[in-house]
Every structure is written in C-alpha cells, then in structure tokens.
Design a protein around this ligand. Sequence first.
Ligand SMILES: Nc1ncnc2c1ncn2[C@@H]1O[C@H](COP(=O)(O)OP(=O)(O)O)[C@@H](O)[C@H]1O
Ligand SMILES: [Mg+2]
Length: 254
Amino acid sequence: MSAETSQVEAAPQAAANANGAPFFSAKDVHAYYGESYIVQGVSLELNKGEILALLGRNGAGKTSTLRAIARMADPELHKGEIWLDGKALHKMPSYDAALAGIQLVPEDRRIIPGLTVEENMILARVAPGHGWDIERIFARFPRLAERRNQEGVTLSGGEQQMLAIARALTRECKLLLLDEPYEGLAPVIVQEIEKILVEIREAGITTVIVEQNAVAALKLSDRAVILDTGQVAFTGTAKEVLENEALRHEYLAI
Ligand SMILES: Nc1ncnc2c1ncn2[C@@H]1O[C@H](COP(=O)(O)OP(=O)(O)O)[C@@H](O)[C@H]1O
Ligand SMILES: [Mg+2]
C-alpha cells in the first residue's frame, strides 16, 4: 500500500468523534412531498472536514435529500435520524437546525434584491448563531470586498455563488450543503470556487456538494454517494467513482 493510500484511509478515523460516531450522519431518511414518496431510505456519513459528493441523474432526489437534511418543511421527514456533532437534527425544525450549524446554499442562491453585497451578509447575521465575521469574509473573498456596496443581484453568476457561500459562512456553519454551485459558471470561475471550497475545508468545515459536473465535484471530494430514484445506489470514496467507468456510465452518464 502506498503512503498516499494509507493517509487517505487514516484521515477519516482521526477525524471521528471520541466516541467513534461520525461528525454527521443521516440514517435511513424517508421524506415526502405530500403523498409523493421521494427520499426513500437515504443514509450518508461524514467525518469533520470531509467533502462528500452527492451525485445522480436529474430527478434522482439530490435536492430533496439536502432539503430533508436541512429540515425544511418540504419534503417532510417521515422517518430516519439526522445527527450533526452530537445533536439530533431530526427532532428540530429548520430554524433550530440552522442554529445547530447546518447551512443550505440552494441552487437559485436566493440573493436578496435591493440589498448590497454587504447588506445581504448583515441581514444573514440578524438571527443568532454567527460564524465568520464580515471582515474575515471580505479578506477571503476579495471579489466580494471590491463589490461590497454593489447590489447583490447585479453580480455575475459566479460572484452571486460566492456571495451565497459567504453568507452561509457568516452563520454558524458546521455542515455546508451546496446544491449545484457550479451550475451555469465558466470553468475559470468554477476553479475559483473550488479554491474557496478547499480553504473552507482547511478551516474545518464539512461539506456536501451536489453537482451535475460530477468529475469536478469528485476531484474535490473524499466521499461519494450516488442516488437513483431516491435511494442510495453507491456509497464509497470519490476515487472509487472516478476509477469505475461502468458505475459512472450507469448512474452519471459520464
Ligand atoms: N415540491 C415537490 N413536490 C413534489 N415532487 C417534487 C417536488 N420537488 C421535487 N419533486 C420530485 O422529486 C423527485 C426528486 O427531485 P429532486 O430532489 O429535485 O432531484 P434532483 O435534485 O436529483 O434533480 C423528482 O421526481 C421531482 O419531480
Ligand atoms: Mg436538484
């Protein structure tokens, strides 16, 4: 076994909690939109500081899984457990789950119209549960610093994605859930966001990334889960997916 391989295998163990429980786990999660049974027994596990790529075709249930984990009202959680850093999120509404450190950056980014870049972040900090302060954000996101007084919705797509991520970091953020962060962005901007995600990991934050650009997500990730019709079709390392052409072809069409 090469030194590189053993290091990859050793890291998750070292990062697990003292009692051996993973930092984040979703266990057998079942969630419904009304009568529609969509998330059908999904389980995920992450150690602190890891990145997990949550993949699958369009309609596989990725967004629904993120929303169920973040305890949004829709889809409604009917069964399963969600644990983050020892806290039982399955017993909490979304507001309390956010206070416990789960931050969802949705696909449409939800930048608030009429507010500047800085005001978007100030608003995010009105509620209790704070993370990085705004000057730390601006030090890390120079593009946002240059545009701090510009209306947020007038930023480019990539800058809006940075603002959405930055806003999540201004909140208590132990688990960052990113829904298609690279969507519609030019490759150079994707690279810039990838660098930010590496730095976020180095700061100790744990991330789940949903991406259609599976290869880009996998290159950054430790773990991978592939969903198919609301169920887990594969759980393993990102490397295993990158190396398994049949698996990629069957579930990711790449
Ligand atoms: N609000 C909703 N009400 C009913 N069904 C929904 C709703 N949102 C998504 N779905 C259905 O749930 C399934 C999974 O959707 P989604 O989680 O958005 O998939 P993905 O993000 O993997 O593309 C799809 O069949 C979709 O039509
Ligand atoms: Mg989706």
